[in-house]
Design a protein around this ligand. Structure first.
Ligand code: SF4
Length: 206
């Protein structure tokens, strides 16, 4: 049965939860696009700027940024040039390989990225109103969902446990996990959302 057929949607709680998650995602993206526009940036430029700002301050190549955005280098190159023109990014050749160009946020770019990052504040405030055990269950359920998508071939750009090859679910029901790289237990409270040791899960191919 099609998950999103009208009959199934009205009868099935899992189908309604799936639809609600998707609509929340759409609403969040619309909010992000609106805030980006208010600051004079198209959505892709805003996403690139936020990603570079969140990359531990390190410079990024066009290829790495394209991978992170799940786009091709030609698709993002005009946006990167526009951000350089606007003074939000600097670009320079790698000292190790002159053919490689590295992009980094300028001070203006970091300030703008901080303002753009506020798009997620309303979501965080709503979640903060939930009780602690509800937050943990919510995080556990979302992590389970994201991991299933990663195992199905979808790779989010963010360095989260759910998309890491070192992440080992012990019990989805009890929200118990393990990091094989650091050999530590993980719970919904200690799951990482921006980890320097992250290595993308590639269906067991590493
Ligand atoms: S390396 Fe980092 S992202 Fe990967 S499972 Fe361990 S803590 Fe999570």
């Amino acid at each position: 049965m099609a998950v999103f057929s009208q009959t199934h949607r009205s009868e099935s709680l899992p189908a309604r939860i799936a639809l609600t998650i998707i609509r929340n995602g759409n609403a969040a993206m619309a909010s992000k696009t609106a805030i980006a526009r208010r600051h004079g940036l198209p959505a892709l430029q805003a996403s690139l700027l936020i990603h570079l700002h969140n990359s531990n301050g390190g410079p990024c190549t066009v290829g790495a940024l394209a991978d992170a955005m799940q786009l091709t280098p030609p698709t993002i190159s005009d946006s990167l040039k526009a951000l350089v023109r606007k003074g939000c990014l600097s670009r320079k050749k790698s000292s190790e390989d002159g053919r490689v160009v590295l992009f980094r946020c300028t001070q203006k770019g970091r300030r703008l990225a901080d303002r753009l990052a506020g798009w997620a504040n309303p979501i965080e405030e709503t979640v903060a109103d939930l009780k602690e055990d509800q937050q943990q269950s919510f995080m556990g359920a979302l992590t389970h969902l994201l991991r299933d998508q990663v195992e199905g071939g979808y790779f989010p750009s963010e360095a989260m446990c759910a998309s890491c090859e070192h992440f080992e679910p012990i019990s989805w029901d009890r929200h118990r996990y393990r990091c094989s790289r650091r050999d530590i237990p993980l719970t919904p409270v200690t799951l990482h959302t921006d980890c320097s040791g992250h290595h993308p899960y590639r269906n067991g191919k590493g």
